[in-house]
Design a protein around this ligand. Structure first.
Ligand code: ZN
Length: 80
């Protein structure tokens, strides 16, 4: 079929152009390799291998995350 051979040609051309684009270094648009590593992280606690979501910035699972309370405690106590 003409369609088949034509498609092959187009594919080859596309691949070539694409690899050239990748070679071109776009400044500021370079994803750091460390970001890829973060996808498979587990909790920083050595005994804990709970998997962390990629959105988890603390590095700890919900169990080991340090709880940080805002300074409202004093106020609350005073009001109650
Ligand atoms: Zn943990």
């Amino acid at each position: 079929m003409i369609c088949g051979s034509h498609r092959d040609d187009g594919k080859d051309g596309e691949t070539f152009v694409r690899s050239e684009n990748v070679k071109g270094h776009r400044p500021g648009n370079d994803p750091p390799p460390s970001k890829v590593e973060r996808v498979g992280r587990v909790c920083r606690e050595s005994d804990c291998d709970t998997r962390l979501s990629i959105y988890n910035k603390s590095g700890f699972c919900w169990q080991h995350q340090p709880l940080i309370f805002p300074n409202y405690r004093g106020k609350r106590l005073a009001s109650s």
